[in-house]
Design a protein around this ligand. Structure first.
Ligand code: NDP
Length: 299
């Protein structure tokens, strides 16, 4: 019974990747163009290295061309900007991703704004942020896009539903709010300066936790039959072993929620699947073609 409440992000991400592969093959047969994704990594951050390795592997698995730039930590900002510039000009590259965080001597905003908006598959360029908030077609940050696909599978229209997002980062919380608004939800964002977070969460029909505090959201904060989307990825020590947990106390929340994403295996796998989807969409737009529909994935 409890298993039926768990949203299987791994399975849904595999379905998206398979769909991306099929749509990419159709695109290639029509145009003779293979979508290309460039990933730039500066430094040796262990988590970033794992993310980049997985991104490259999955890029190749869906049949895209993968371009890798692994740069030493001392790379000057101007060198990185030059690389982005050359990727902007490279016709074989349809999507560019600069892995964050960047070392302290590099201004991330400057680098992200250097990426051509039409190749900005992370959706962090100010142009894409503005378009998203204006309700226009935009490249949308991959993690909230993945969450919205999960939610759309449950309710296509959120009219009359209250959504609460815990966290207001540019990467997750804010774009998540824009996407939920687009789906007609009534949206509240809470953050570290908010009072009575628990009471606000208790009112949510949909609760998205993107805060980076292990198991912060307790079962008692969750309304009966709420849909809980846990974006958090936190490593904690239990009995001398490292364990991955979300921002929600999963076991407590499972009793209350109607549906909930686990950690791992929930939102995490959706992020790379949506990166590939964004790259496919960007390739279509750059070649004057309509973005393909996800079709049955959203039924
Ligand atoms: P950030 O650190 O950028 O933002 C965290 C947000 O949570 C901030 O808005 C902060 O508020 C708020 N916050 C922090 N502490 C509290 C608190 N005690 N009470 C209320 N609000 C608080 O994190 P991200 O958005 O980048 O990531 C959030 C989580 O999601 C992390 O665990 C991260 O690892 C995970 N993540 C997972 C991804 C995936 O692929 N599944 C992708 C990206 C992130 P304020 O703004 O006031 O400081």
């Amino acid at each position: 019974m409890k298993n039926e409440k768990i949203i299987d992000g791994k399975k849904l991400a595999a379905e998206i990747r398979s769909k991306v592969r099929t749509l990419s093959d159709v695109f290639k047969s029509k145009t003779n163009i293979t979508p290309g994704l460039a990933v730039v990594l500066v430094g040796e951050n262990p988590a970033s290295k794992v993310y980049v390795k997985n991104k490259i592997k999955q890029t190749e698995e869906v049949g895209f061309n993968s371009f890798e730039h692994k740069l030493p930590i001392e790379t000057p900002e101007q060198d990185l900007l030059n690389i982005v510039d050359s990727l902007n000009k490279n016709k074989d590259v349809n999507g560019i991703l600069v892995q964050l965080p960047l070392p302290d001597h590099i201004n991330s905003d400057k680098v992200l704004d250097k990426i051509l908006p039409e190749k900005d598959v992370d959706g962090f360029h100010a142009m894409n942020v503005g378009k998203l908030w204006s309700g226009l077609d935009a490249l949308v940050p991959c993690t909230p896009l993945g969450c919205s696909i999960m939610i759309k599978k449950i309710f296509d229209d959120l009219s009359g539903k209250k959504a609460v997002i815990v966290g207001r980062s540019n990467i997750v919380g804010k774009p998540m709010a824009a996407l939920l608004l687009k789906m007609n939800a009534t949206v509240t964002i809470v953050h570290s300066r908010t009072k009575n977070i628990e009471d606000i969460c208790k009112d949510a029909d949909i609760l998205v936790a993107a805060v980076g505090v292990p198991e912060m959201v307790k079962g008692s904060w969750i309304k009966e039959d709420c849909i809980v989307i846990d974006v958090g990825i936190n490593r904690i020590e239990v009995n001398n072993k490292t364990k991955l947990v979300g921002d929600v106390d999963f076991n407590q929340a499972l009793d209350k929620a109607s549906l909930i994403t686990p950690v791992p295996g929930g939102v995490g796998p959706m992020t790379i699947a949506c990166l590939l989807l964004n790259t496919l969409n960007a390739t279509h737009s750059q070649n004057g073609m309509k973005q393909p529909e996800l079709g049955s994935l959203l039924e």
